[in-house]
Design a protein around this ligand. Structure first.
Ligand SMILES: [Zn+2]
Length: 136
């Protein structure tokens, strides 16, 4: 999973997904999502895929992101003042048929995606199919 690096000065909302270290293993929701909104500023890292978002949050005023990171799943451009927030973001982990790999299936505002190569090429895969069937 990767996103395009947003332009400096634009206002964006970045959605990230991380393993939920508190979830009981085997539960559906092994992942938690975070959404931060702010203005894109230059990253302190000398890496073309890194970007920073100035959120102004007291605890964490600037968040650094790597556009190539599997954790950064979505960037939305915010135009004007009030904006709609992505509210329905969920993730599931699905084992490959041989059990050797784990793919991350995500549903953001009703739209599914998967981290497997099949989805990358066909925009559909059996992992998404399995999750969609389960949560339907
Ligand atoms: Zn897949």
């Amino acid at each position: 999973m990767s996103v395009n690096v947003p332009k400096i000065g634009s206002r964006v909302r970045v959605t990230t997904v991380y393993p939920n270290s508190y979830a009981y293993r085997g539960e559906d929701n092994n992942y938690v999502t975070y959404t931060r909104e702010g203005v894109v500023v230059k990253s302190i890292f000398n890496d073309p895929f890194m970007f920073a978002v100035e959120t102004g949050a007291p605890d964490h005023p600037v968040s650094e992101y790597n556009a190539k990171s599997q954790h950064v799943v979505k960037i939305e451009y915010v135009i004007g003042g009030a904006s709609k927030v992505a509210t329905d973001t969920k993730a599931w982990k699905v084992k490959s048929t041989d059990g050797k790999k784990i793919y991350l299936v995500q549903r953001v505002n009703g739209k599914f995606s998967c981290t497997c190569t099949g989805f990358e090429f066909r925009k559909d895969c059996k992992h998404v199919g399995a999750v969609a069937k389960k949560v339907a």
